[in-house]
Design a protein around this ligand. Structure first.
Ligand SMILES: [Fe+2]
Ligand SMILES: [Fe+2]
Length: 419
């Protein structure tokens, strides 16, 4: 009994009349919207079931645990992980915990994770890379940078198209993470102090096509195709000195590539959505500009000792595995598609490379770094056995690297998908 609360006397009859008016209005409003909905003339706009206190589709708690709870647990702050960039997104408590963790490291680790200023970071880049190598890194990462802008747009769009409370919670975290990826990568690339290229025609076609794809087809275009490309670029470059923060991008993208499989396990595509020839051709139509990107980036990748076709084979294999697993059929099954594309890659290389000998580009694995490979192993467990990481400039440079400003003691060695 709370004596501080004194009940007011009101007109009980007026309360009852108001309740009756509300009940009648409620019946009328909902009946009107049910009829309009059945006639496809509008009806209730929100896919929300207020009586169940859930979004249409139900709770989907598994999805929520895998993609919302986990994202929040792994949420990283640019101020700690890339302290040389102008972000103030960590709370005083998070900064203190980070600094305490840095103090408990060995001298070498501490040197690598000290808070660097932006001028010191720029000087570090100038000592580590030639001007041409800096331009190549920025040209390659800008392709993903523009992709992050579209990932932000597309995930915000998808947020209103997925079913269930868990599905929306998952997409909400993706919107937040893509926003972070876009703004942090943008600042990181600007720190290189070289011109940042526009989207190539192939990126333009690919990303506009994904943004315009209908409904859950966006899950194929963005989470399967574009995210696999981004995951592979981050896996390729996150061991390069000064780019260690990309390991955290890699971990986020791994979670995003897992979303179609987890979502479609609860809300499967219909047989028609999966297999109809128009959808399969549309999916191929998105892959084609991604293929055109491979020779378009060959020159820049070669500057860093990376074979663009090895990278392309590694990416397309991952795309194919995820597409098949999520039920997004392509015009050909993977066991036909990979050899056909491999023949195409070899034909191109035979014409453009002296002494080229035919090889299996689709068996290559261009992701480097133990943690990054472990993260990808979990996602692509059924992918064909990959060859050991190639020795590119990035791998060797990373091995020889002087302590670099790297990500701090945030969440590490964690599974991207398991809740
Ligand atoms: Fe992203
Ligand atoms: Fe993403």
């Amino acid at each position: 009994m709370n004596d501080a609360i004194t009940k007011l006397e009101i007109d009980q009859r007026a309360v009852e009349i108001n309740q009756w008016i509300e009940h009648s209005a409620n019946k009328l409003v909902r009946l009107r919207d049910r009829v309009l909905g059945a006639l496809h003339l509008g009806g209730r706009k929100a896919a929300y079931d207020d009586e169940a206190y859930e979004f249409i589709g139900g709770p989907s708690d598994t999805l929520r645990r895998k993609h919302y709870d986990k994202s929040l647990r792994l949420l990283w702050k640019a101020e700690n992980e890339a302290p040389f960039l102008p972000f103030h997104d960590a709370s005083p408590a998070e900064r203190n915990i980070f600094d305490l963790a840095v103090r408990s490291m060995t001298d070498d680790e501490r040197q690598a994770r000290e808070r660097l200023s932006l001028p010191a970071y720029r000087a570090f880049l100038d000592q580590t890379y030639t001007q041409r190598q800096k331009r190549a890194i920025v040209a390659i990462l800008a392709a993903i940078g523009h992709g992050e802008a579209y990932a932000w747009l597309v995930s915000a769009d998808l947020l209103n198209q997925v079913k269930s409370t868990g599905g929306r919670a998952a997409l909400t975290m993706q919107v937040l993470e893509e926003a972070k990826h876009f703004v942090v990568l943008r600042e990181l690339l600007q720190a290189f102090q070289v011109p940042i290229p526009r989207q190539s025609a192939w990126e333009y076609l690919l990303l506009e096509g994904v943004y315009k794809a209908p409904g859950t087809e966006k899950l194929f275009g963005m989470n399967v195709l574009v995210e696999s490309i981004a995951l592979s670029f981050f896996g390729l470059m996150s061991e390069m000195p000064g780019l260690e923060v990309l390991r955290l991008f890699h971990l986020d993208e791994a979670r995003h590539t897992g979303l179609p499989g987890n979502y479609l396990a609860e809300f499967p595509l219909t047989r028609f959505q999966r297999w109809n020839p128009a959808a399969r051709l549309r999916r191929l139509g998105l892959i084609l500009p991604a293929l055109a990107l491979i020779p378009a980036l060959e020159g820049e990748m070669a500057e860093l000792g990376i074979d663009a076709f090895e990278f392309g084979g590694s990416v397309i294999r991952k795309v194919g595995v995820l597409a098949e697993r999520s039920g997004f059929a392509l015009p050909m099954a993977n066991d036909k598609l990979f050899p056909a594309l491999n023949r195409l890659f070899n034909a191109y290389c035979k014409r453009t490379r002296k002494g080229h000998e035919a090889r299996d580009f689709f068996a290559s694995e261009t992701t480097v770094g133990e943690r990054q490979l472990a993260v990808e192993r979990e996602i692509f467990a059924s992918a064909p056995a990959a060859t050991p990481p190639r020795s590119t400039a990035s791998a060797t440079a990373a091995a020889k690297a002087t302590p670099a400003p790297g990500p701090g003691p945030g969440p590490r060695g964690v599974s991207p998908l398991r809740s």
